[in-house]
Design a binder for this molecule. Structure first.
Ligand code: 4NP
Length: 154
């Protein structure tokens, strides 16, 4: 089987999708799943910046590494390269669909489609919220990561 390629998407690529990248990489490795993982933003507002320190602090407290991550903006070529393009919220999905070539639209999904028991379909944007928003993001992302790993192992 070819190594599957997963691209996590949020707005700024400094909070939610870098967290998804860090969590999913760690859990996939623990599950001995060979997978290529990146993340990107639908905006270019923070291009080149490392993940938000609040995301890093919350993630590191659970043992996740954000090493080597820097924000980038999603580009059209990504849609042909990645098998699974997983967005954190519906606004991200809409922004992706605007630039995605027709033939690749089926690759775009909500990440929480892989967390069917979660009470929400979207990972809430923690950027302007309080501190516990980052832990909530982690809780949801951990659930969806395990669901995605199970799906990719089938
Ligand atoms: P993210 O969070 O999409 O999870 O990376 C945000 C980061 C930055 C902004 C909004 C959301 N911003 O408005 O700059």
């Amino acid at each position: 089987m070819q190594t599957p390629k997963v691209l996590f998407i949020c707005l700024g690529n400094i909070c939610r999708s870098p967290t998804a990248e860090a969590v999913f990489k760690a859990r996939a490795a623990a599950a001995a799943l060979d997978v290529h993982v990146e993340s990107a933003g639908t905006s270019g507002w923070h291009v080149g910046e490392p993940p938000d320190p609040r995301s890093v602090e919350a993630g590191q407290a659970r043992g996740y590494s954000f090493a080597g991550q820097a924000s980038r903006k999603v580009i059209r070529a990504d849609f042909g390269l990645f098998d699974h393009i997983l967005a954190m919220d519906m606004k991200n999905v809409a922004a992706l669909k605007e630039i995605c070539p027709e033939s690749y639209l089926a690759r775009i999904k909500l990440f929480l489609d892989y967390a069917p028991h979660a009470k929400t379909r979207e990972v809430p944007d923690p950027y302007y919220g309080g501190g516990d928003g980052f832990a909530r993001v982690l809780d949801l992302i951990e659930q969806a990561s395990d669901g995605l790993i199970a799906a990719l192992k089938q």
